[in-house]
Each structure stands twice: as C-alpha cells, then as structure tokens.
Design a protein around this ligand. Structure first.
Ligand code: ZN
Length: 322
C-alpha cells in the first residue's frame, strides 16, 4: 500500500471511531438540558411558579450533594420531615396528609415519591408558591426553607441568570484577561506571601500591563465591588455552580459594572492594575497583575480552591474561538 492509501484508510478509521462517540456525548448533554427544561416548564404550567425559580433551586442542590449521577435529571432532595410531615416516622406516602407533610405527586402516578424528580419538583414549586410569586416572596420562601443567606443569594442570582439568557445550558467560559494582550502566569497556589501575616496565596496571579481588559470568566451576578486593604479595587462574581470568582488589584472598573448586574463570559469588568496594600487608591506597591481566586460553596461552608487548572482550560477555549 502506498502512503496515500494508508492515510486514506487511517482517515476513514479515525472518522468511524471518533465521530459516533463524540456526537453521542454531545447529544446526551443536549438531552439532559432539554429534559430538565421540559420538566421545569411543565412544573411552571401547573403551579405558575416561574420555571427559572424552580431551575435555580434544582441547580443549587445539584452542586451541594456529592453523590449526584452525571445523567441525573433532577437533584432536589426534600428532607423527610418536610415530605412526610413533622413527627411522621412511618415514611408511608398514605400518611403524608395526616401529618401535614408537603410531599406531592407531580408525575400523576398517585404516589408522592421523594425519590421521583417530577414529584420533588412539583413539591418544591408548591412550597415556593405558598409565599407568592414576586421576587421578594421567592426570597422569603428560600430563607424559610434553607435558613442561610448565602444559599438565598446564590439561588436568587442563578434564577436571574437563567431568566436573562432564557436557558440553563450556560457552559461557556472565558480567560480573565484579554488573550490578545501580553500576559503571563504560573501555578502559585499556596505560596507564602509577606504582607498581612502568614496568609497563604489563595489564587493565581496573572501578570499583564496596566489597562489590560479583565473579562468575566463565567455567567453570573456581581456580588461585591469596592476597595479592600489587600485586594485593592476588586470585584466578586457568583456563578450558577455555587462558585465565587474574585478579581483583585484592578486599576478601575468598566463604566456600567455594578453590584447585582448579570454578566456573561467575556464581559469586560475593568482593567489590570496594582491597587491594594494600603488605604483606598493605593497603587504601585507591586507589579501590575490580576489576582484571580475561586471559592466553592457546598451549602454549609465556602472554601478556596486552585483556579490554575481551570485557567489553563479557559485559555485554550478562548484561543480556539479566535
Ligand atoms: Zn495574588
């Protein structure tokens, strides 16, 4: 066989082996978002609770349990004392009414099964509905259910993002500094730093010139903006995966950026600077760079994790788009 023949066969084999697999994986991913959306819309139709409220609660709960399967459609888990009613230890669906349990049948099989996604969605929407339909009512419902400020804030923000983009499949990402500018970074996770005592470096420093645009890496909502002794001019964005993204030492903010604003990957937040380590406005105590940190919330506590592997991935994604 000549070279050309060999490569033709190799080419065909490659197509045969890779195409059906990748197409399936993509189709599967499309499917789960479509399945979820169909159930959210169905629940909205029967309860009049906006689909994006229901979707945001489900999205939040998906992030806090460790044993969620990748192809699991709905993740809401309603505690037994709420489902079956306080003091009802029988776990018997026929006794839910007697104990004022909230468990409901959402899929029409006449069983209020807490392990059935549609039943859990319908029950959750019914609990929310008890409080009313406004954004304020929704916040009160969330507070009474979860009794945690950060949880209420996260779910409310996720609902706003879903509403604005009218979809739940929001997996796009961007690198936090404009990739057509000069920049450099390496893995500095856990490095010791001098200023402010024995603090461990919780993030990655991306060195770039003054004025280099800083981009939002994700879909999310601006949760915090302003001066901090160590961070200088900084901004914090909470995304739809219970992750808080922290951008520090900015020289300034983009004009229209404010707390509560919904952002998407690539939106300009401000520009690289060297602010911090002093009273408001202090600048130039170190070379200009963006400090980028990521913090995950599991419904009980929030902790920082290493953003470096994600930055590498988002950098590749950004370069592939250009
Ligand atoms: Zn840093």
């Amino acid at each position: 066989m000549n070279f050309r023949g060999y490569f033709s066969i190799l080419f065909i084999v490659t197509i045969l082996c890779s195409y059906p697999l990748s197409a399936n994986a993509e189709e599967k991913e499309e499917n789960i978002y479509d399945k979820r959306m169909a159930l959210y819309k169905k629940t909205e139709a029967i309860t009049e609770v906006p689909w994006y409220y229901i979707a945001a609660v489900d999205q939040y709960e998906r992030q806090i349990y460790k044993d969620i399967e990748e192809d699991q459609v709905i993740s809401i888990r309603i505690p037994p004392e709420i489902w079956y009613g306080a003091g009802n230890t029988s776990m018997d669906i026929n006794s839910i009414g007697i104990f004022n349990g909230k468990g409901k049948d959402g899929n029409g099989d006449h069983r209020a099964d807490p392990n059935n996604g549609e039943d859990a969605l319908y029950t959750m929407a019914s609990i929310i509905k008890e409080y009313g339909h406004s954004e304020e009512d929704f916040k009160i419902a969330l507070w009474n259910y979860y009794k945690r400020d950060l949880t209420v804030q996260t779910i409310k923000n996720t609902a706003l993002v879903f509403k604005k983009f009218n979809h739940i499949n929001l997996t796009d990402r961007d690198f936090p500094v404009a990739i057509n500018y000069n920049y450099s970074y390496r893995n500095t996770w856990g490095d010791r730093r001098g200023f402010g005592g024995n603090r461990i470096h919780e993030g990655t420093d991306i060195f770039a010139g003054y004025g280099t645009p800083v981009h939002s890496t994700t879909y999310g909502v601006v949760e915090l903006k302003g001066w901090n002794l160590y961070g200088g001019w900084r901004i914090g964005i909470r995304d739809i995966f219970n992750i808080y993204h922290y951008y520090a030492h900015l020289s300034g903010y983009e004009d229209n950026i404010k707390v509560g604003q919904i952002v998407k990957p690539g939106d300009v937040l401000g520009s690289v600077g060297s602010t911090g380590y002093g009273p408001p406005g202090t600048s130039g105590k170190f070379p200009p760079h963006l400090h980028y940190g990521m913090y995950k919330d599991n419904g009980y506590s929030e902790w920082s994790f290493d953003p470096y592997p994600y930055l590498r991935k988002w950098e590749r994604m950004a370069k592939n788009k250009n």
